[in-house]
Design a protein around this ligand. Structure first.
Ligand code: CAA
Length: 285
């Protein structure tokens, strides 16, 4: 099958990044969200990312202009799904919500369409089970910030077909990504390792081993990580990280128990850059 139109559901940090990659990759892109304000903000950020790509010489002017033209927004799920060859959902990380979305998509999307989740840890098989097209359901896990991150984890659920995996990899390559294919398992490859490092960093902070700045500095300069674990969790969102840790703890056991300090930060509303305060404080943008 050939993918021409991609619907991206959810215009948060990940949804808008995926819409950027999709439009740049040459796909007609429908970005859907029920919140008009969020869609407006997303379009502004996608435009800024395109302009930055051009300024950096990563995207040529004509590609950016046609990417703009290929991108439309809608608040109507039915409209987005009905025209899609591939739907990528990037709604919040709650299985109840994902199940609701996949149930609706199975009804609304054309029979040939692939349904993908950008989940960073939840079960693709469980989402596929509420559809009558489990072979066409898979994970496409992108990384934040999407325009700059080269990886796409393509996740195979129990019944995902080889054809669906092949099509998702082709789409990923057209979006400029390198793909790895992962068998479904909690947290896949990246979130499982990343959650472990981030959780350990919170335990070290809680124990007073070093300051947040020095833990970040140590990992950047001593281990060549591009960002320290606290800078990264502030980018990803502490609530997102906590929900991944809770899922890993439930499914993989004790070593993933969330550090009490991250639970406290989330309870205090310190969610990271998006709330102006996480481990660090940020100026309002
Ligand atoms: N369009 C196209 N390309 C762009 C671009 C744009 N708008 N903006 C930047 N780029 C390119 C740059 O030209 C550069 O390309 P080269 O590598 O070829 O030179 C590349 O993207 C990197 O850009 P920068 O030089 O601006 O980046 P940097 O060196 O300052 O690094 C960073 C920034 C990429 C964010 C880096 O700090 C990093 O990798 N941090 C870690 C991020 C990470 O781990 N993310 C994963 C989080 S987990 C997640 O997302 C999943 C989850 O499940 C929660």
């Amino acid at each position: 099958m050939t993918v021409k139109t991609i619907a991206v559901l959810g215009s948060g940090i990940m949804g808008r990044g995926i819409a950027y990659a999709s439009a740049i990759g040459g796909f007609r892109t429908l970005l859907q969200d029920t919140d008009a304000g969020a869609l407006e903000k997303a379009v502004g950020e996608i435009s800024a990312a395109l302009e930055k790509g051009v300024a950096l010489g990563k995207v040529d002017g004509a590609t950016a202009a046609s990417a703009h033209k290929r991108l439309t927004t809608t608040r109507d799920l039915q409209h987005a799904a009905a025209e899609a060859d591939l739907v990528i959902e990037a709604v919040p990380e709650s299985m109840a919500l994902k199940v609701e979305v996949f149930t609706a998509l199975d009804r609304l999307a054309p029979k040939h369409a692939l349904l993908a989740s950008n989940t960073s840890s939840l079960s693709i098989t469980e989402m596929a089970a509420v559809t009558v097209r489990a072979p066409q359901v898979l994970g496409m896990h992108f990384f934040n910030p999407v325009p700059r991150m080269k990886l796409l984890e393509v996740v195979r659920g129990l019944e995902t077909s080889d054809q669906a995996i092949a099509v998702a990899c082709e789409v990923g390559v057209a979006m400029g990504k390198e793909c790895v294919v992962v068998r479904e398992s909690p947290g896949f490859v990246t979130s499982r390792i990343n959650a472990m490092i981030g959780n350990e960093a919170f335990y070290m902070l809680q124990e007073g081993v070093a300051s947040a700045r020095d833990i970040d500095k140590a990992l950047k300069l001593g281990l060549n990580h591009p960002m320290g674990p606290f800078e990264l969790v502030d980018l990803v969102g502490l609530d997102t990280r906590l929900s991944i840790l809770k899922h890993l703890h439930r499914t993989l056991g004790e070593k993933y128990r969330p550090c009490p300090l991250i639970e406290q930060y989330v309870a205090a509303g310190r969610l990271g850059r998006k709330s102006g305060r996480g481990v660090y404080e940020y100026e309002a943008s």
